[in-house]
Design a protein around this ligand. Structure first.
Ligand code: ZN
Length: 94
C-alpha cells in the first residue's frame, strides 16, 4: 500500500467516524401525535442502546464506505484489517 492509499483510507475512516453520533433523536410512534426520544445514531436514525452497538454500527458504516470507495479498484477494501470489520467482536473480554 502506498502513502496515497493510506491517506485515502484514513480519510474514509475519519469521515465515517465524525459523521455518526451516539446521540438521541425523536421517533414517531404509531397512533400517537407525540414522538418519543430514543438513543442511537442521530444521522442514520437507528436505535442503539450501548456503546458496543454503536461501535458495531461504525464498523458497518466504515466497511460500506470502503466498498463504495474501492469498488472496481485493485485495492482490497479490507486491506488494513486482517478480518472483515463486521467480524470484530465488541463483546467485553471474558
Ligand atoms: Zn449512523
Amino acid at each position: 500500500m502506498d502513502n496515497a492509499e493510506r491517506v485515502r483510507i484514513r480519510a474514509i475512516v475519519k469521515a465515517e467516524f465524525t459523521k455518526h453520533r451516539f446521540d438521541y433523536f425523536a421517533e414517531s410512534v404509531p397512533n400517537s401525535n407525540r414522538p418519543i426520544v430514543v438513543p442511537g445514531c442521530s444521522l442514520c436514525r437507528v436505535r442503539l442502546q450501548t456503546v458496543p452497538q454503536f461501535v458495531d454500527h461504525l464498523c458497518e458504516k466504515v466497511e460500506a464506505a470502503f466498498e463504495r470507495e474501492f469498488a472496481g479498484s485493485t485495492v482490497n477494501p479490507a486491506y488494513p484489517f486482517p478480518v472483515a470489520l463486521h467480524n470484530i467482536s465488541t463483546a467485553p473480554p471474558s
